[in-house]
Design a protein around this ligand. Structure first.
Ligand code: ADP
Ligand code: MG
Length: 238
């Protein structure tokens, strides 16, 4: 469950083509990182997969079925944003429950999933607090919890740690990697941070101006970069 295939997918905003037609397969269960400089199209590509932007051409398969015209809520994917997008007036419990409530899940099932997510994310003691009473790292965990309870075919992360300070970022990287090991769910993770890409990814997709420069494991990219751009980008720590 959870492979994603892009077939000649392109995106233009008006006359400007930000993603020329590209092919990409994200394997089931893999932790795939899209990395590249600011403005290279990472978020756009993720939003195309999520269905939050319409593709200009091509098609997208999810789990072997054509998802090109499937609305975002029906794609079985869960997106985690850097801005958390939590509801400030709701408790942590209610924030996490929200997507399940929308989907009409029975209360008992909601409670079971909330308890599991909270214990996986060390949030059990914070369920009755409001987002404003939490640290940045805890807020990010709540956002991840809200994605987990949907039991998605894949998680899509858009720079989820960029609002956190450096020390917290390192801790959250480990937590997300641990979560991937435990859930074994496909994760697509966008970052402009080479260190995050190198330490978290099974496979890295290096993007530049909407084009894929190279796809490979961190070691492959490090040892056999296809060109100077990849070498420079992967080789130079931020
Ligand atoms: P990244 O996430 O890698 O920083 P983005 O995907 O946000 O890059 O942006 C890629 C390009 O697409 C940029 O040139 C950006 O200005 C442009 N772009 C993104 N969203 C829109 C939009 N809604 N309308 C017009 N241009 C956009
Ligand atoms: Mg972005």
């Amino acid at each position: 469950m959870g492979h994603i295939r892009l077939n000649q997918v392109s995106k233009s905003f008006g006359d400007v083509q930000v993603i020329p037609p590209l092919d990409l397969t994200i394997e089931d269960g893999e932790f795939t990182v899209f990395v590249g400089p600011s403005g290279c199209g990472k978020s756009t590509l993720l939003r195309l997969i999520a269905g939050l932007e319409d593709i200009t051409s091509g098609h997208i398969d999810i789990d072997g079925a054509d998802a090109t015209n499937v609305p975002p809520a029906k794609r079985g994917l869960a997106m985690v944003f850097q801005s958390y997008a939590l509801y400030p007036h709701m408790s942590v419990r209610k924030n996490i429950a929200f997507p399940m409530k929308m989907a009409g899940l029975p209360e008992a099932e909601q409670t079971r999933r909330i308890d599991n997510a909270a214990s996986a994310l060390n949030l059990t003691d914070y369920l009755d607090r409001r987002p404003g009473q939490l640290s940045g790292g805890q807020r990010q965990r709540v956002a991840i919890g809200r994605a987990i309870v949907r039991e998605p075919a894949a998680f899509l992360f858009d720079e989820p740690l960029s609002n956190l300070d450096a020390a917290l970022r390192v801790g959250m990287r480990l937590e997300i990697s641990e979560l991937h090991k435990r859930l074994k769910t496909t994760m697509v993770y966008v970052t402009h941070d080479q260190v995050e890409a190198m330490t978290m990814a099974d496979r890295i997709v290096v993007l530049r101006a909407g084009m894929i420069e190279q796809v490979g494991s961190p070691l492959e990219l490090y040892h056999t970069p296809r060109n100077a751009f990849v070498a420079g980008f992967i080789g130079s720590p931020k």
